[in-house]
Design a protein around this ligand. Sequence first.
Ligand code: GTP
Ligand code: MG
Length: 295
Amino acid sequence: MYYKMSDNTGDLNTLRLVLVGKTGVGNSAAGNALLAKKEFKSSFSDSSVTKDCARGEGEVAGRRVVVVNTPGLFDTKLSNVEIVSEIVKCIQKSSPGPHAFLLVLKLGRYTEEEQKTVQIIQEVFGKSASKYMMVLFTHRDCLDDDGQTIEEFLKNADKNLKQLVESCGNRFHAININDLKDQEQANVLLEKVENMVKINGGCFSNDLYELEEKRKADEARHQKEIEELRKKNEEDAEKLKQANVANEIIAKMQEMNMKLITMMVEQMKKTNEDNMKCMAEQLKQPQKVESCCVS
Ligand SMILES: Nc1nc2c(ncn2[C@@H]2O[C@H](COP(=O)(O)OP(=O)(O)OP(=O)(O)O)[C@@H](O)[C@H]2O)c(=O)[nH]1
Ligand SMILES: [Mg+2]
């Protein structure tokens, strides 16, 4: 099998694989198992080991295979943002694009952190990348010890894990890295990848990646526009509210003015009446006229 289809710029006979996953699940160990050599540093450690993207290659059962290893998400020292920017570099290292993203998971509990890891990877590479994804389970030896097959494990697995496998087109494989000499497990995995390449007609390309980047940029721009529009609407509504409040104040003032005028008129009327009464009284007693009138 060769990988001619859409590989116009790459080596036609090379299968390119990218390993992505959470820190410590065995990303590097899986790369070593695939290439049947210690290409990547892998160790039992309390802190993350792989810091940068690294490329290894070798001959596996007559095929040339390039494996790009990436630092694991939820690294013990680096932030996910730093890890993601490093993972994005793997696209260049697998130029013109990987034939498969091997989503590495440690067999066992499918925790929230694992689910977030998957979500981040899917967001980084976009929807189109799911066609090129395969779930690669490490620690198959735990299943072997239990006398279970991976198929049996998945049959009884958590629904979120089942959904993930489904979203990867039901492509999965389980390896035991302690079986480095057992090349059969690597062969079976590569055959599964080759089937995927046949169906996809080639590799995940930088074009697709750039297209996805453009889609994301467009989406971000639309979001910004919607946000600006929402803000403007809010400001307009606030102005309208203020204008309404001003109108209410003016109406209240007019009402108070009217009351004041009415009171003044009443007062004037009363004063006039009092004056008139007073004058009438004084006419009867002319010597007191000046002292009784009010103004
Ligand atoms: N028993 C067993 N141990 C495994 C398997 N896969 C990985 N390990 C062990 O898990 C530990 C971590 O493996 P690494 O390959 O360093 O994991 P990583 O995902 O590359 O980790 P970081 O680079 O630190 O993010 C090592 O001690 C491996 O030997 C497996 O299939 N079976
Ligand atoms: Mg590693």
